[in-house]
Design a protein around this ligand. Structure first.
Ligand SMILES: [Zn+2]
Length: 267
């Protein structure tokens, strides 16, 4: 009886910022497992833009309640000082085919199918061409536009698998839905990866691995010409870790282009 009461008390508690309680940990694990399984059943071109309601419907009553409580937290209370962007869906997106890269151990790394608004994609292509002609190297889009569902999945994925169930630690690495520049349907951010699969976090890499790339040095000097700006430099004021791979498209309104390239509308 005492055991059951303890479980109930832990369940009704608000999530603890420094480390989830055992009941919330158990539920968070189930949430990630269910969402991962659901996403794997989807066509590869739907995974980056998975619908939030579709994922939410996979959960039981207890899991739903935890998700709601977690996303009801004001990220500022977790130490995040970035702003709210958007939960609007884009009018159209350019589909960017998955690319298979080979890392230094000869292993394959796949970017998965990604999306970006047409104007962001066009500037990325221009930038990449210039980089190639300047230093003979090019970059690939490792993560582009993400739906609210994708962001929710990633938030719980990193909470459970990387950040030891600490909401405040997690907030340094991954934004809540609505607070990610990846979810901005117009001024979208891109995460970039080089030809050898160096993205600064895969397979034990650190930000320094990306920081030491010639491609990064080139971006620092030239990206703004193509309307890309680094969002999270070292010791940034947004409370987010150094992310040399993450570049925010922030061009003038006159460049915002909703012309349909080959891709999908997710409205
Ligand atoms: Zn990013």
């Amino acid at each position: 009886m005492v055991g059951v009461l303890t479980l109930i008390v832990l369940w009704v508690q608000n999530p603890l910022y420094k480390e989830l309680n055992p009941v919330h940990k158990y539920l968070a694990n189930n949430i990630v497992d269910k969402w991962e399984a659901k996403i794997l059943t989807m066509d590869a071109d739907r995974r980056a833009i998975v619908d939030y309601d579709t994922l939410f419907a996979e959960l039981n009553f207890f899991e739903k309640r935890l998700v709601k409580k977690v996303f009801d937290i004001n990220p500022a209370d977790l130490g995040f000082r970035g702003k709210f962007f958007s939960l609007e869906k884009p009018n159209n997106l350019k589909l960017i085919e998955s690319v298979t890269l080979i890392d230094k151990d000869g292993e394959e790394y796949k970017t998965g199918i990604q999306y970006a608004p047409p104007h962001v994609y066009i500037d990325f292509v221009k930038m990449n061409k210039q980089m190639q002609s300047d230093i003979g190297k090019k970059l690939f889009i490792d993560s582009g536009y993400r739906s609210q569902g994708r962001q929710a999945y990633l938030f719980f994925f990193y909470l459970v698998r990387s950040n030891n169930y600490s909401l405040s630690e997690n907030a340094k690495w991954i934004a809540m839905p609505g607070y990610s520049e990846h979810g901005d349907p117009i001024r979208t951010s891109l995460d970039l990866v080089n030809e050898n699969g160096i993205n600064g976090f895969n397979k034990g890499q650190t930000a320094a691995d990306f920081e030491n790339l010639k491609e990064y040095e080139w971006l620092l000097r030239n990206a703004s010409t193509f309307n890309f700006y680094i969002s999270f430099p070292k010791e940034n004021e947004k409370g987010v870790v150094f992310e040399p791979w993450h570049w925010h498209w922030n061009g003038p309104d006159s460049l915002v282009n909703q012309t349909k390239l080959s891709g999908v509308s997710i409205n």
